[in-house]
Design a binder for this molecule. Structure first.
Ligand SMILES: [Zn+2]
Ligand SMILES: [Zn+2]
Length: 346
């Protein structure tokens, strides 16, 4: 997921308050049953965290629980033994968006790579979809989005190399259309933004708001879109967005290598997920996230995991040396890594 070390996934770790003392027992607070996952708020591709649609797979809840760790706040734990290579769960995004450079080569809804002969088939307002179904499902945001002229907003993002405002834009369209609540992301931990960052955000916010206003979205529908809302959403996206990199070979082959050394075609976009955001980081992870086809994420075990063991993924390029990892984790995520690997400075 995180090759190149240029952009990382996300996480909670020290952004969480130390809740240990508030929650003495039980250690596990949330269990992800299929009923939870099928009602999870989703918009990116419109369904649940737990993929029960695979042929031959019963719709069992994933073998994990979210609880509190001794030192890193919230974390994900195995509820039974999980074998190396096992698919732990899948996850649909809450919101996703293609990168601007991939706009014309991936599906605007699910980020699947488009075949050249597919491009004219499902086209709408200068964006393409891989299928009629994706086009239909995108209506929840696209009907609002297509009413506005996004050229200034996109140019601004392109010029400044910004990708997260695109996620906020799509999320705002979902809220305006009534298909998402303006507080859906509140459960995610926010990054703490410096005052310098907050002043930079002002411009994006004003552009977003004026683009909607120019499109005659009425004031009542835009009531949620305050600078405070924008900043809060951006602060959550900042540390919880996953950079989506489609694996170009069979993802089964990738299990033999660490997440960070996997070859991929490069990022096609960014996405926010609920359950994957609860995983803590480890530089020698026991789980990883793959995108074999599109924005639907698959969390797989990299090694045998015992019941009760915490599942951790690597937020960064694990092939980097100790110093580089510490620098990125500290600057990008705000914590110092004390994993076993870092303890021995490897
Ligand atoms: Zn699609
Ligand atoms: Zn570490």
């Amino acid at each position: 997921m995180l090759r190149g070390g240029s952009r990382w996934a996300s996480r909670f770790k020290i952004f969480l308050p130390r809740l240990k003392n508030d929650y003495k027992t039980p250690p596990f607070l949330l269990t992800f049953s299929s009923s939870f996952t099928t009602t999870a708020p989703t918009a990116g591709t419109g369904a649940a965290d737990n993929d029960s649609s695979q042929p031959g797979r019963p719709s069992a809840p994933p073998p994990i629980q979210v609880g509190f760790t001794d030192s890193a706040g919230r974390g994900v734990f195995a509820t039974r033994r999980i074998a190396a290579g096992e698919l732990i769960h899948t996850a649909k995004p809450i919101v996703c968006h293609p990168s601007l450079s991939s706009l014309h080569s991936v599906c605007y809804f699910c980020l699947r790579k488009l075949l050249p002969d597919q491009r004219p088939l499902f086209q709408s307002n200068d964006v393409q979809f891989c299928s009629q179904e994706c086009q239909n499902q995108s209506q929840v945001f696209h009907e609002i989005e297509r009413r506005a002229d996004w050229s200034t907003f996109n140019d601004y993002c392109r010029m400044h190399g910004l990708k997260y405002p695109l996620l906020v834009k799509r999320y705002a369209c979902l809220v305006i259309s009534g298909s998402s609540s303006a507080s859906s992301l509140d459960i995610l931990q926010p990054a703490s933004l410096s005052s310098e960052m907050i002043s930079l955000v002002e411009k994006e916010f004003c552009l977003l708001r004026s683009t909607f206003q120019d499109a005659d979205i009425n004031t009542q529908q835009l009531a949620f879109l305050t600078k405070q809302w924008y900043t809060g959403v951006l602060a959550r996206i900042r540390i919880n967005a996953f950079r989506v990199e489609l694996a170009c070979e069979s993802y089964e082959d990738l299990l033999s290598s660490a997440a960070a050394s996997v070859e991929a075609e490069g990022a096609v976009g960014n996405a926010i997920y609920m359950l994957p955001s609860f995983y803590n980081h480890d530089c020698d992870p026991n789980a990883h996230i793959l995108w074999p086809e599109n924005v639907d994420a698959r969390v797989k075990a990299l090694c045998d995991i015992e019941a009760g063991e915490e599942l951790r993924i690597c937020y960064i390029d694990a092939s980097m040396d100790y110093e580089a990892r510490q620098t990125i984790l500290s600057k990008g995520f705000g914590f110092q890594c004390n994993c076993l690997r870092c303890s021995s400075h490897h």
